[in-house]
Design a protein around this ligand. Structure first.
Ligand code: SAM
Length: 208
């Protein structure tokens, strides 16, 4: 995406002190949080689908989580998985600063591929994939199982910092992102769109 247009789309969103502080924490921990344009897209989708149960793979320090919870239906619960206890500590502080009631965010610390199989089939309105990129194809398989009919699956970093569209790039992360994209494109039960906002969002709905 043209960097000037990407910056224009991100500048369209003004972030409050909660998100700005979370971005500072993300810099300290070296976490690659979703951009403002990307986060606001998540919020709109969570709001349009009146999501009450959301799973997020890759909490980071809570930037995407703030956008999601702000979009979800009142009382909706965000279940968010991250392998790093330090990231979860920081995310808890972010969610408290946002004023979310503690029961609205359920943080599960562990490796996503260990945690996801324990979550309920078809139990979620929205699944966001933003964890370890080499595991995106496995996350996608789990997301298809977890999303209810009519539910939404979103995969972040779908453009892999511009590398996914370049066939000469064959590193493990890029290859894994491409594999997850191919799986979605070839799936009968999904309707999908690849949206070039920020580093790209693959957005799919599970056909009801
Ligand atoms: C790109 S960051 C997530 C950013 C967050 N979604 C945001 O926009 O604010 C990726 C996160 O995935 C976590 N992670 C890496 N490998 C993981 C794994 N195997 N299972 C769960 N989380 C993992 C990292 O600790 C990191 O916090």
């Amino acid at each position: 995406v043209d960097p000037a247009l990407a910056a224009f789309a991100d500048d369209f969103v003004s972030e409050d002190d909660v998100l700005l502080a979370a971005r500072d924490a993300a810099d300290e921990w070296g976490v690659d949080s979703l951009s403002p344009g990307t986060g606001s897209t998540l919020r709109v989708i969570a709001s349009a689908s009146q999501a009450r149960a959301v799973v997020e793979i890759g909490t980071g320090v809570g930037v995407s989580g703030v956008y999601l919870v702000r979009g979800m239906a009142p009382g909706g619960i965000l279940t968010s998985i991250d392998v790093e206890p330090d990231h979860h500590r920081s995310a808890r502080a972010t969610f408290a600063a946002a004023g979310f009631a503690p029961e609205r965010t359920r943080l599960i610390t562990g490796r996503a591929l260990d945690v996801l199989p324990r979550l309920t089939d078809g139990g979620y309105d929205l699944v966001l994939i933003d964890g370890r990129r080499t595991e995106f194809p496995e996350y996608m398989e789990q997301a298809v199982r977890l999303a209810r009919p009519g539910g939404v699956i979103i995969m972040a970093h779908a453009l892999g910092h511009g590398r996914v569209a370049d066939p000469a790039q064959r590193d493990p992360e890029t290859t894994a992102i491409r594999e997850a994209l191919r799986a979605v494109r070839g799936a009968d039960g999904l309707t999908a769109s690849l949206v070039p906002i920020g580093d790209g969002l693959l957005i799919a709905t599970v056909n009801a």
